[in-house]
Design a protein around this ligand. Structure first.
Ligand SMILES: *Cc1c(COP(=O)(O)O)cnc(C)c1O
Length: 373
């Protein structure tokens, strides 16, 4: 068993991916080839937004979004400490301050009730993360942002394909940023990402920033980066996008099946308890793409060892909140994120992908619950 099995999908799409790659080799436009524009159009249609801009990674998508908003030294960006490091990294790289706010212990996403007290004169943006494939409470966050005239950048690296009140993640706020890292819900065969927005002015700026700040060849009105998406990666994504809606359904079914199996073995959900075996709680207005299927367990090291002995891989997303990481020590707030601390000590991610079989899920549940060796 693998944590994320990419081979089943590859076997299913082999002919289509080969054909798409061959087309790139034939026309030879490896940078900004026609596949990039085709993909951008398909992504925008899928999300129901006006603009998607392909970029070189999820990290660069976040960086490009912040640069297009002119965020820099002295500015503060409100975000979560319970996320992959890239979220806060890009803020700090620009000389700005990641202002860490605690999470809701039920969903692991930013607690909107804690955001408004953190807004100050230097606040320039709010950057929620839709963790594990479930959207943050975007309406509440957008309402706070609107009251204070702030843009909202959704880090949708784990939630592309998820819905929030019937609308798609990555198209829910001023800018949505996603990642096409191979193991993400929609992944390419290398690094890739996208910035999506309904705002024409921001779209133009992001398109410039990701290509050395140029508006036409050798004219650079803005500071930029080399943040382009490769034609080959766009080609792979175009082939994968055809089956993505089916894969999103399979992911939702696999996640629901896991939760049923664990509940049958005595688990409660994060909405019901704070200790014992806890399944994820997906809010009724959300659908999750389960980028990770992440439980809480009491004695994590023992559970990891038991699963490893049965050759079932696991991962911890994430063991240390970012406000407790060395590189972010200067942004540390003493004990301001108790919910993130508790989650970091208890979470455990299990094998999850669209092709996880019922038999494998049952075996994971049996071994984890101690019912099978
Ligand atoms: C993966 C991830 C990123 C970074 O994406 P890359 O494509 O690896 O640069 C950013 N934020 C979150 C929440 C992620 O999971």
């Amino acid at each position: 068993m693998e944590l994320i099995d990419l081979k089943a999908q590859q076997a299913r799409l082999e002919a289509q991916i080969q054909a798409r790659i061959q087309a790139v080799l034939a026309h030879g436009r490896y940078i900004m080839g026609p596949e990039v524009a085709e993909l951008e159009g398909r992504l925008a249609d899928y999300l129901g937004v006006r603009h998607c801009i392909g970029v070189s990674s999820g990290t660069d998508a976040l960086l490009v979004a912040l640069m297009a908003l002119d965020i820099g030294p002295g500015d503060e960006v409100i975000t979560t400490p319970f996320t992959f490091v890239a979220t806060a990294e890009v803020i700090a790289l620009l000389g700005a301050v990641p202002r860490f706010v605690d999470i809701d212990p039920v969903t692991y996403n930013l607690d909107p009730g804690l955001i408004e007290p953190a807004v100050g004169p230097r606040t320039r943006a709010i950057m929620p993360v839709s963790l594990y494939g479930q959207c943050a409470d975007m309406d509440a966050i957008n309402a706070i942002a609107e009251r204070h005239g702030l843009p909202v950048i959704e880090d949708a690296a784990q939630s592309f394909g998820a819905t929030y009140r019937g609308r798609r993640s990555c198209g829910l706020s001023t800018i949505g940023c996603t990642s096409f890292f191979p193991s993400k819900p929609l992944g390419c065969y290398g690094d890739g990402g996208a910035c999506c927005t309904d705002d024409d002015r921001l779209a133009t700026r992001m398109r410039q920033v990701m290509n050395h700040g140029q508006d036409r060849r050798y004219s650079h009105p803005r500071l930029g980066i080399n943040g382009r998406l490769d034609s080959l990666q766009a080609a792979v994504l175009l082939a994968k996008l055809d089956i993505f809606p089916d894969e999103v359904e399979r992911r939702a079914a696999a996640g629901a099946r896991y939760s049923e199996l664990f509940r049958a073995r005595g688990a409660r959900s994060t909405a019901e308890a704070r200790d014992g075996l806890l399944t994820p709680a997906i809010a009724p207005h959300n659908t999750s793409v389960y980028a990770q299927y992440t439980l809480q367990v009491d004695d994590r090291d023992a559970v990891i060892a038991r699963l490893a002995a049965a050759e079932i891989p696991t991962a911890v997303h994430y063991p240390i909140p970012l406000n407790r990481q060395g590189a972010y020590a200067r942004f540390r707030c003493a004990d301001c994120t108790p919910n993130a601390d508790l989650a970091a000590a208890r979470v455990l991610s299990l094998p999850m992908h669209p092709y996880l079989t019922a038999a494998d899920a049952e075996r994971v549940a049996d071994v984890l619950a101690g019912a099978a060796p």
